[in-house]
Design a protein around this ligand. Sequence first.
Ligand code: NG1
Length: 381
Amino acid sequence: MASTHLGAAFARAFGAPSPSPVHVVRAPGRVNLIGEHIDYCGLPVFPMAIRRSVRIAFHPRSDRETHLVNHDPRFAPSAFAVNESIPPAPAGDWGNYARAAAQALAQRFPDLRGVNALVDSDLPIAAGLSSSSALLVAMALAIMHANGVTVASLELMELLGRGERYVGTAGGGMDQAIILGARAGCASRIDFHPLRLTPTAVPADWQFIVAWSLVHAEKSGAARQAYNERTRQCDELLEVAEGGATLSGVLSRRFRHVVTEGTRVRQAEAAMAAQDLATFGQLLDASHQSLRDDYEVSRPELDRLVELAREAGAAGARLTGAGFGGSIVVLCRAEHAPEIMAALGERFYAPRGAAGDVARHVFTAEPSAGAEVLTPGASPE
Ligand code: NG1
């Protein structure tokens, strides 16, 4: 929705605001190109932000209350008072990402006032594209803008990375960092400890495609348990390795993924800088194999999509995000994108009765800028 329409939807939900205009904040989703399930081990990752985004039209309130209305009627309105200990809504409630943002900021700044906020998104949910972190970041920027407070970029990434744990996921810091710090036209290597973003231009004739597996990776459900189990195993790995003992069984496979994936991030960054599409593609393939066999976070639907993309001429493909469902990312030369997308439509979506929705499930991902508060009346992209 363009900003002007968002403003009108805001007025329908909350009445005409006065005296100041409604502002709009945009926070993009992200696709992680490579470096999966290693951010919480402190190893570098290599994502980019995409055009699809969460947008929030907001207006400051004079009290601490925050009232949220979602343009998508599947998500019921939500309200809470902004303070340093906000009781959560039931697990899985979308409003918890807004609560997470508000609580993290309230712990940093006393006496914040709340906002009325109309939320809209064209990011698919539970698709591995970080719609939840985009909502959290957008909400944080809205509250900061409404209160006239600022936090330095890297500090905000860390604050919100920790803040998202409010929802019960022991996540790494990749998503909040790229959503806030992405540069248009680039992917970014994110280093942790200390946090740092290093952009690399995505070559003009490379095309990334995202395709959804038709399986929701609900971070509020079983996928959360599986995700948190992986983060615990990583802590265990470090303890065993530090103690000098030998790893065996499941832990040794998890370890192999972490180590090889870390190496692939460096190699992929170099391949992108050298515009070496074939090498980048091979690294995507190797990453998928490692996530499937050693880290065990894939699913048959993701494996099938990856296989079909390769058969259709992709340079490489892999699951992206936490896995357990969600999406794959595919790399190809720009001119091959239409035929690869058509092949996925015919061979993956049509047999599953989803031919009519292919345009929603498969899209090209353009490297986009990070989150921003837009000036009133602006209508980006
Ligand atoms: P998604 O794909 O949004 O569930 C999660 C974590 C990332 C990272 C990836 C796996 C959160 C908010 N996001 O992403 O930090 O660990 O899994 O690489 O926890």
